[in-house]
Write a protein that binds this ligand. Structure first.
Ligand code: MN
Length: 202
């Protein structure tokens, strides 16, 4: 069963003015679609055809670069669409809020550290908030389309929030101003989904 491009969970204009519709259309319809197509092509006729994406990522050190880049790309973007929403932003509540306070001191301090991870990821990549094996939260970043589910990750964990800092994610609207994109992005973070993902790791 080949991988397929999932629909965006909202219309491309939904995240404006923070993320513009044209960026969303190209990001989902061209970039994400290419990762799906290239992943299927890389797996076709191999013993790895039919494995789940999570199985592939957990064994990525033994797989070709095309699977790493495009399998990561498919997982990362499917995840990314889910943790954003229109009329979102604000602050998390409940257990997630407590866990963020415990790990970082406050939501503001967490946002500061996360923004630094996003801003200082050189070139293309992602910033992540993850749940570690000890159940605690940590921030990390990965290059290219790598992610913390991969067996090659410096800091492995279960991502519950992630930010795409590839130029294709922001350049049409923000050009070189990655920090402005990060600041605006907090307005579309779907904390309810992040909390659901956090709870699922417990
Ligand atoms: Mn992207």
């Amino acid at each position: 069963m080949a991988f397929t491009l999932p629909d965006l969970p909202y219309v491309p204009t939904a995240l404006e003015p923070h993320i513009d519709a044209r960026t969303m259309e190209i990001h989902h319809g061209k970039h994400h679609a290419a990762y799906v197509n290239n992943l299927n092509a890389a797996l076709q006729g191999t013993e790895h055809e039919g494995k789940t994406l999570e199985q592939l990522l957990a064994n990525i050190s033994n797989l070709p670069a095309a699977v790493r880049n495009n399998g990561g790309g498919h997982w990362n973007h499917t995840f990314f669409w889910s943790i954003m929403a229109p009329n979102a932003g604000g602050a998390p509540g409940g257990d997630l809020a407590s866990a963020i306070d415990k790990a970082f001191g406050s939501l503001e301090e967490f946002k500061k550290q996360f923004a630094t991870a996003a801003a200082t990821r050189f070139g293309s990549g992602w910033a992540w908030l993850c749940v570690g094996e000890d159940g605690g939260l940590f921030i990390t970043s990965t290059p290219n389309q790598d992610n913390p589910l991969m067996d090659i990750a410096d800091k492995p964990g279960q991502p519950i929030l992630g930010l795409d800092v590839w130029e294709h994610a922001y350049y049409l609207h923000y050009q070189n101003r990655r920090p402005d994109y990060v600041i605006a992005w907090w307005n579309v973070v779907n904390w309810a989904e992040v909390a659901r993902r956090y709870a699922a790791t417990r």
